[in-house]
Design a protein around this ligand. Structure first.
Ligand code: PEP
Ligand code: MG
Length: 542
């Protein structure tokens, strides 16, 4: 038995076999083959397997992210059947007498270059698809698994690092827990782990020899145990049962109102990253969605999600939430949330860089597509739209202009929509200072304490070395929250908190005393906060 200590980013206990997730580049070697016909047959068989895999993946994706998003796998299957692609691979095998892996890799590279240099945006976007299908066939030929495919058995994933897009693409039913060397408590990967309620730890070096071994991730203490002995297993199984019991006790809170003993009502909403988080939102009886991080729609895809694709997702979320408030935050890409197909330049300081509303106001087509999808979805439920990373009144004015253009165009084209509430994220010190003026312009604020802490304390939320300094409890943050609430209320604007600090039970009473109207937290924090809210009276606080 070996034990390693790291830092917990999501509590809970998981017992299972380790799967090492390694993203080393697969070096494909060129080998001479004698049996050229046999090699062509091997390639054809691998293609058939890949097409079958893609069919299964399509079905799975349809359940997780909707039919429209799942269609990409159908496109991938069609690309594998493309005559030019097949001819190229078979030609290389036959004329150069090489192994199929090499022929596929060369064909993939050639097609990638050809597509990526095309003018047409559609074909440009196919470049990454051709790379993807080639990697899939190579993986099958060499008996390896691809990218985020974590196999069929439930596993504990051990990796050097995980990006938000890798995490979001993993099959949540198979991922018992994860342990990484890199990462930070405030990263989006950590936030996703908490949303999906997957026990997770960081700060633990990866050892490839652990692959397949039994392990325990203890997300309470932040330890990873390899080959646990029976005593350890028994002890943790008891702890696991206690956790289940605690959760059962909290079930009593389901269906109850979010109201303090002296009658102050609070909006207690959930943060989500996509449709697949809705079952857990419903299980925890959130009264609405306070933050739908729509950028995950962009991260899950290998192309800009189209208006129709987005409409499908927003419509489903609104319909499933059946009239409860759903606040969709417009695309917050940038910083740690990067998508290859946007081809954004590498920046020295991405957190201070080209991100979120800055991209939207600069590349208006992307913004308008999202707004059109949102307004078209508005007729299916109770939608609000929220804009991230705001620093000035001018930005809000520009947003309003684009919104008006979109509404005008939709009206002219005969698309029905309803008016919605508009809000902004307060996550920069500039927005805090300008909150009185900003409140006159919008219906609500949502305080993003994750970024507000980063920008106020000038501490990179991604840098694990700086974690001891990243203090969301800094008095400056609390003073800012109070200032924002007062300025908002004086201007008829309601205020929520959707950063991770909003879920900190030791401050629930402080926030309500300050006048915060809404708390939007990861779905698993809903019932503990409801319990807390119902246990105190604001009047009786100091
Ligand atoms: C925040 O910054 O607090 C927030 C909720 O947004 P994100 O964590 O997605 O940046
Ligand atoms: Mg933020």
């Amino acid at each position: 038995m070996e034990q390693y200590s790291g830092k917990s980013i999501c509590q809970g206990i998981a017992i299972g076999r380790i799967r090492i997730y390694s993203k080393e580049e697969r070096l494909v070697k060129r080998n001479k083959v004698e049996d050229v016909k046999g090699e062509v047959a091997r390639y054809r068989l691998a293609t058939q397997t890949a097409i079958k895999e893609l069919k299964d993946l399509r079905e799975l994706a349809a359940k997780e992210v909707g039919e429209a998003n799942a269609d990409i796998f159908e496109v991938h299957a069609m690309m594998l059947e493309d005559g030019d692609y097949i001819d190229s691979v078979e030609n290389i095998i036959t004329t150069q007498e090489t192994n199929a892996e090499y022929a596929v890799a060369i064909t993939g590279d050639n097609f990638y270059t050809m597509f990526s240099t095309m003018e047409d945006e559609y074909f440009k976007a196919r470049a990454i698809d051709v790379k993807d299908i080639s990697e899939r066939v190579i993986a099958i030929l060499s008996n390896k698994t691809t990218g985020s495919d974590i196999g069929d058995e439930p596993i504990i994933l051990v990796a050097e690092d995980l990006t938000p897009s890798e995490t979001v693409q993993m099959d949540k039913d198979k991922l018992l827990a994860f342990s990484t060397l890199k990462g930070s408590k405030n990263s989006h990967t950590a936030i996703l782990a908490r949303t999906m309620n997957i026990p997770a730890i960081i700060g633990i070096p990866m050892n490839k020899e652990w692959d397949g071994q039994m392990a325990i991730v203890d997300g309470f203490t932040g330890t990873l145990t390899i080959n646990p002995n029976q005593d350890m297993l028994d002890h943790l199984k008891v702890k696991q049962q206690e956790g289940i019991k605690n959760r059962e006790l909290l079930q009593e809170m389901k269906g109850k109102e979010d109201i303090t003993l002296d009658g102050r009502k609070v909006k207690l909403y959930a943060n989500i990253g996509g449709l697949s988080d809705l079952p857990i939102v419903q299980k925890n009886d959130a009264k609405g969605i306070g933050l739908f991080r729509s950028e995950f729609l962009y991260l899950e895809n290998d192309h800009l999600p189209t208006e129709e694709e987005q409409l499908k997702v927003y419509k489903s979320v609104l319909e499933i939430m059946a009239g409860k408030k759903v606040i969709v935050r417009t695309m917050d890409i940038g910083a740690d949330k990067q998508v290859d197909y946007l081809n954004l330049e590498k920046e020295d300081n991405p957190a201070l860089g080209y991100r979120a509303i800055r991209i939207c106001l600069d590349q208006k087509d992307i913004f308008k597509t999202q707004l059109r999808a949102l307004f078209r979805a508005s007729i299916y439920g109770n939608l609000s739209i929220m804009y991230p990373m705001i620093i000035s009144l001018e930005e809000v004015h520009k947003i309003k202009q684009v919104v008006n253009e979109v509404k005008k165009e939709l009206t002219e084209q005969g698309f029905p929509f309803v008016e919605v509430e508009h809000g902004i994220m307060i996550e920069t010190p500039a927005a805090v200072i300008m909150s009185a003026e900003l409140a006159e312009e919008v219906d609500f604020f949502s305080i993003g304490t994750n970024d507000l802490t980063q920008y106020t304390l000038a501490i990179d939320r991604q840098n694990s070395k700086l974690e001891p300094f990243y203090n969301p409890h800094h008095p400056a943050i609390f003073r800012m929250i109070k200032m924002v609430v007062d300025n908002a209320h004086q201007n008829n604007c309601w205020v929520g908190i959707c950063g991770e600090l909003g879920a900190d039970l030791s401050f629930t009473d402080t926030f309500l005393q300050m006048g915060v109207d809404e708390l939007s937290v990861s779905p698993n924090s809903i019932l503990p906060i409801r319990k807390k809210i119902r246990e105190f009276s604001i009047k009786n606080l100091d």
